[in-house]
Every structure is written in C-alpha cells, then in structure tokens.
Ligand binder design. Structure first.
Ligand SMILES: [Zn+2]
Ligand SMILES: [Zn+2]
Length: 403
C-alpha cells in the first residue's frame, strides 16, 4: 500500500530538497500530518475518521503502527513530543488528548475537552502553561487547562477562526480568521485580554508561525501572500512576502537558520531568508489622473470632459506607489527587497532607478510536484514533510538548504 519509491540521499550535495520517501496508495484523504522527531515516522489524521502513526519498517515501507478510529472526523492535530501528548480536534467541536506510547505502538485516550460547538480548525498545546488553545468554526477562540480540562477563557471572533499561534515568553496569542484578520490577545490564568486586530490580508488566513527571537509573526493566506509582522518593534511595521501563485497553506519558521518555509497549493516549497533586510511596501498614492501624463482616470468625469479624452484605468507602481496609467508603467521587475519575488508593475521613473541590490532574490523555490495542503518540519534532522491534496505524503531532506 504505502511504498518508498526513491532514496536519493546520495544527491544531498545539491542545494535543494532531496525526496527521501514518497508514501502513496493511502486509502483516504490525509487532512494533516506531523513528523515524529528523531524517528522515521509521522502521525496523520484522515477523513475516514482515522488517526494513524506511520513508522518506516526495515523493508523501507511505511506502515501504520497505530490506526485509531474516532467517532467523528478529526480536523486538526498537535503533537507535543516533550510530554508525549497528542491533541486531535474533531469536526464535532471536541478535542481529544492522547498519551503516545514510548515506541509509538499505541495511543491512549486520556482526556476529552468539550471545547467548541463547531469543527475545531486548529489546536495548540503549551507545556509551560498546561494549556490547550483552539480555534473553531463556531467563531470562538478558547483555551483550556490540561490539568483539569476546565475552560480558562474564550474570545468571540466575528467569523470562523482558522489558526492559532502562541508566544510563551510574553503569553501573547494570535488568532487568524476567515476574514483575513488576526486577533492579538494576552492570555493569563484568569482569561484573555484583547490587545489589537491586525489587518492586512484580503482573504482567509490559513496558517501562522512565530519567530520568538525577533518577535516576528508570519501569516499565510488564501490571498497567496505571506505577511511578516514586526510585533516586537511595536511600530506596526510589516513586510510582504509574495512568492506563491496559489493559496498559502502552511508555514514553519526555522529558528536555527532564521528561514521561513512556506507550502502552497501551487505545489512550491519556498524558503525565505528572514535574515535579509527587507523594506516596507510604499503606500499607494491616490489621484484622479495619472501622475505622469495627467490623463484622467475613468471615474474622473470632469477631467475627461475638460480634456475631451477617454479616462484610463488606474495602476500603481509597486516600487514607489505612484498612481499611474498603463502607458506610464510598462516595465516589470522582481523587487525581492519589497517582498516581490515575481515580476510586478513599475513606473517609467522607477525603471532606470532600480538597483541590482533591490533585485537579489531572497527566497528559494522548489517544486514539490504536488499541491500542498500541510507541512511539518523536524528541526533536529532538518526533514520536511509535505501532505498533498493527492493523498500522497512526501518526506524531504532539507539539510543542503537549511544550513
Ligand atoms: Zn500616464
Ligand atoms: Zn515608481
């Protein structure tokens, strides 16, 4: 059923992900998966209601050592290797807590949290505070004590909350939602306190990651972009990362090398250098006519009448923000320093001014050859797992890139 197709560790000198294992023939949709640290294996949740632990056998094939069927479809998982705990959110709104056996040969249900009234969309466990954090289709964020499964606090989001990330040091919690907003809360043993709403995405937020060192928050969205929020700087500084052509589905920040890994439905794994200096994008200017040739834009009826001319569509230069017409912005260039890894529109005045430094790529692109639904990373071995919409799981050796 599940087979190893290729073992190409010999090529590991190339600076690209090396496909170590390809697990196919899985008989149901894989909804999410998490690599086991220091073990050739992973945990998956599937839409046939199963929670499986897959281990690589001597034959080189992966087989489930655990295949536990729950009453309802699991919708998200969080594996806490330090405490050997596995948290699984269900489409009923409940969260199951399992103890994972030493040899990964069994899981034992130890607790159930009546956390939500709708599908749990993400679950997160912090050992330091003995809390389990969760988001749900019921439009609530909630957190519970793992000591006694008591609810400590909850916060109403206006729509489906989709993902959550937590910073232990500051007890700050960030909740992504379907409307593209991020709710920023402070959690304490008495409940939660609202800090701010972060607006920037045009579509549902699918994933969040956190750089504890620099206090950067990363959000991935169905709008195909990633935003890097400088939370520690406290000035509202943001950096855009545009390098995907489809929905961003998963993000992992690699602390050791200060790289951000993103996976998308476009099939690409992108490795972003987060040590690189980036600039904030310019504000888009507002004007009723092209700033260069003065031709009115289509809504400027009076200008059109005065000049006896047809109005033109408004565009913006991605480098300086000028409001210009198509004629005055015929050039295209990638500007990685502003997060544009792909070519974007630039105005006729910026074209001769753009420097080579501005054009240096700050991300690496690797085609995983399947549309990515989820990723998981094992920092010790530098292995990356990708879950595809094609019921295939791939394990990649990232040692040559994440160095
Ligand atoms: Zn113009
Ligand atoms: Zn410009």
């Amino acid at each position: 059923m599940a087979t190893i197709i290729k073992d190409s560790r010999d090529n590991s000198r190339e600076r690209k992900p090396i496909l170590i294992d390809r697990i196919d023939g899985i008989d149901s949709d894989v909804l999410a998966a998490s690599l086991l640290p220091n073990e050739d294996g992973f945990i998956s949740i599937n839409d046939d209601r199963s929670i499986r632990i897959w281990l690589k056998r001597d034959t080189g094939k992966y087989w489930p050592s655990v295949c536990h069927y729950s009453d309802r479809i699991p919708s998200c998982l969080f594996h806490q290797p330090d405490s050997r705990r596995l948290f699984v959110g269900l489409d009923s709104g409940n969260i199951l807590e399992f103890a994972v056996g030493e040899d990964y040969n069994k899981i034992t249900l130890i607790k159930q949290y009546l956390a939500h009234t709708g599908r749990v969309t993400s679950v997160y466990n912090t050992v330091e505070h003995d809390w389990v954090l969760s988001t749900s289709k019921d439009k609530y964020f909630a957190f519970h004590s793992t000591d006694n499964s008591r609810r400590i606090g909850s916060y109403s989001i206006n729509c489906t909350s989709t993902c959550v990330i937590y910073d232990t040091a500051s007890q700050h919690c960030f909740i992504g939602d379907e409307n593209g907003k991020i709710t920023f809360l402070k959690l304490t043993d008495n409940g939660c306190e609202f800090k701010a709403t972060l607006n920037g995405h045009e579509s549902s937020i699918s994933c969040l990651s956190w750089d504890a060192g620099r206090k950067f928050l990363f959000s991935g969205s169905y709008d195909k972009t990633i935003i890097c929020w400088d939370i520690g700087g406290q000035k509202g500084t943001t950096y855009d990362l545009e390098g995907h052509r489809d929905r961003v589905q998963a993000l992992v920040f690699v602390t050791l090398t200060r790289q951000l890994i993103s996976g998308s439905e476009d099939g690409f794994i992108v490795i972003w250098d987060m040590d690189a200096k980036r600039k904030e994008n310019p504000q888009w200017k507002e004007s009723d006519f092209c700033e260069y040739c003065k031709i009115p834009f289509i809504w400027n009826i009076r200008g059109m009448w005065k000049q006896r001319t047809m109005g033109k569509r408004q565009h913006h230069c991605r480098r300086c923000g000028a409001a210009i017409c198509d004629n005055c912005s015929q050039s295209r260039a990638s500007i990685p320093i502003l997060g544009h890894e792909f070519e974007v529109r630039i105005c006729s005045q910026c074209e001769p001014k753009i420097t080579n430094d501005e054009k240096i790529p700050l991300a690496q692109f690797h085609d995983s050859k399947h549309s990515i639904l989820d990723i998981s990373y094992d920092e010790k071995r530098k292995y990356l797992l990708t879950v595809g919409f094609d019921r295939i799981i791939k394990v990649w050796d990232m040692n040559s890139i994440l160095a």
